[in-house]
Design a protein around this ligand. Structure first.
Ligand SMILES: [Zn+2]
Length: 87
């Protein structure tokens, strides 16, 4: 289970939406970049972003859904075969 301190160090809460059945929490990483999954080179050169449904958890009488805004970056290593990677 993710600890509160770990979560607060890593993510900013962007939005909280309440519906009749759910609480939708959208968070975004505090990091400006990420390490390439193939070569490990750091990149802060953004390509695109998308929203991932990360976690579904029952809370009191509502279902809570955590969404993470995930970003893709261009790898800065010209020899790396992974042109674009996700954080
Ligand atoms: Zn790379």
């Amino acid at each position: 289970m993710m600890s509160k301190a770990f979560f607060e160090n890593k993510f900013n809460i962007e939005e909280i939406n309440y519906t009749a059945e759910t609480i939708n929490i959208t968070v975004k990483s505090k990091e400006n970049g990420a390490l390439c999954s193939k070569c490990g080179e750091y990149s802060n050169n953004p390509h695109s972003k998308y929203i991932r449904k990360f976690l579904d958890m029952p809370m009191i009488d509502k279902k809570t859904i955590l969404f993470i805004i995930s970003r893709r970056f261009y790898c800065k290593n010209s020899e790396c075969l992974q042109v674009v990677f996700s954080e």
